[in-house]
Design a protein around this ligand. Structure first.
Ligand code: GLU
Length: 412
């Protein structure tokens, strides 16, 4: 089942429960705008290579659209559309004045040189130039992109405008108007909601076993902060596989191992495991923080975690979600669990618009306030409506967008 099919099914369920009228429901099923661009670049060898890029703006009902840019070989229109729709719900659930968007280029960034990556980014940014801007659509990083890519997007946009426009992207380098705390924000948010989820389940964080799939920007920060909160991180992985040590991994030593250019599975203080084995390890907390579609009907029955915290977007298929819930696993859904990134993106945008910058403590404590309040609202709705947390989160988000659509009406 594709991520798009999964998110459409989630929307249909939430809309049915809320009794959203068919016109608005149909409207929400379709993105507002989808742009497909070709991105021709000259390779370092002087050849021409043409990539395909996308920017899908699902909704602008609550404000300008917001969402990352992904560089990955699996990027296609369906995936970008699904991820754009998830951004609409994520921003609405957090009460941010944004709609949702996503972009991407179908490419393998690890096969491109630094200069090729710059040319690809600048050409892609020029191609989507007309539909982005601080009051239109504000990109940020996602899988395969980072602060440097955002700096190039900001520069390309600014060169066209003839003036520097920091608010066109978020998660830029701090020197260029980025926010303190933004790089860590998604992983930090994952750690905050994990603490809330564990307290709700009546489980102690101290000594709780944590398994993290994906050791990138989200997974590595979540692992470190959960370790600081007293958890025992027993396994982590990257694309090539993972490392398992039931006594707990030494995360600093693992980071040093990775800095030396070696993959996680070759970390000598743990047993090498596959990503599939990792999902089935005994633990209290499982954090899928890699690609979508990792927990499926095929492996959900073997999951032995008490709590799943979705650091990734769309890591659980609809069938797996059902099976996991039937098996008594509590799931903190993506639009709640990984919203820390877009919350601090919002703070960054506000700082850029005001040219007035905050201290990191302020960023982190405001992040915690917004996330914790959203977690508690969602939990209250879930118990009132007797539904799981994902359904409750979607209901709250879809209701907000549907009400705004009703107030604005249909143009013309
Ligand atoms: N790509 C991140 C996400 O999926 C961040 C989006 C943003 O900050 O705009 O939430």
């Amino acid at each position: 089942m594709s991520t798009l099919a999964t998110v459409l099914e989630q929307l249909d369920q939430a809309a049915d429960r809320l009794g959203v009228e068919p016109q608005i429901h149909q409207h929400l099923r379709h993105p507002k705008r989808s742009l497909i661009v070709s991105v021709p670049i000259q390779t370092d060898a002087g050849e021409l290579e043409v990539f395909t890029g996308y920017r899908v703006q699902h909704s602008m009902t609550l404000g300008p659209s917001k969402g990352g840019i992904r560089y990955h070989p699996d990027v296609d229109l369906d995936e970008v559309t699904a991820l754009a729709m998830l951004m609409t719900w994520k921003c609405a659930l957090m009460g941010l004045p944004y709609g949702g968007a996503k972009g991407g280029v179908r490419c393998d960034p690890s096969k491109l040189s630094f200069r090729e990556l710059e040319r690809l980014t600048r050409r892609y940014a020029s191609e989507i130039y007309l539909c982005i801007g601080p009051d239109r659509d504000i990109p940020a990083p996602d899988m395969g992109t980072n602060e440097q890519v955002m700096a190039w997007v900001m520069d390309t946009y600014s060169m066209q405008r003839g003036t520097t426009v920091p608010g066109v992207v978020t998660n830029k380098p701090v020197l260029l108007g980025g926010s303190l705390g933004r790089v860590e924000a998604t992983g930090r948010g994952v750690a905050y909601v994990t603490a809330e989820g564990m307290a709700h389940l009546g489980l102690l964080l101290s000594g709780a076993r944590v398994v993290v799939q994906g050791f990138g920007n989200v997974g590595s920060v979540a692992a470190r902060l959960l370790h600081e909160m007293g958890c025992r991180v027993v396994a982590v992985s990257d694309v090539g596989g993972g490392s398992y040590n039931p006594e707990g991994l030494d995360l600093e030593a693992l980071q040093a191992h990775l800095r030396s250019g070696q993959p996680v599975r070759q970390y000598p203080e743990g047993d090498a495991i596959t990503n599939e084995e990792l999902l089935q390890l005994p633990c209290e907390i499982l954090v899928p923080a890699a690609l979508g579609g990792q927990l499926t009907a095929g492996n959900a029955g073997a999951v032995r975690a008490r709590l799943i915290v979705e650091g990734a977007n769309g890591p659980t298929t609809a069938e797996a979600d059902r099976l996991l819930r039937e098996g008594g696993v509590f799931i903190l859904p993506d639009i709640l669990a990984n919203a820390g990134g877009v919350i601090v993106s919002y703070f960054e945008w506000v700082q850029d618009l005001q040219f007035f910058f905050w201290k990191e403590d302020e960023v982190n404590s405001r992040l915690r306030d917004i996330l914790t309040a959203a977690f508690r609202r969602t939990l209250a709705l879930a118990s009132r409506e007797r539904v799981d947390l994902r359904t409750a989160a979607l209901m709250e988000a879809v209701d907000r967008v549907a009400r705004a659509t009703r107030l604005r009406g249909f143009y013309p």
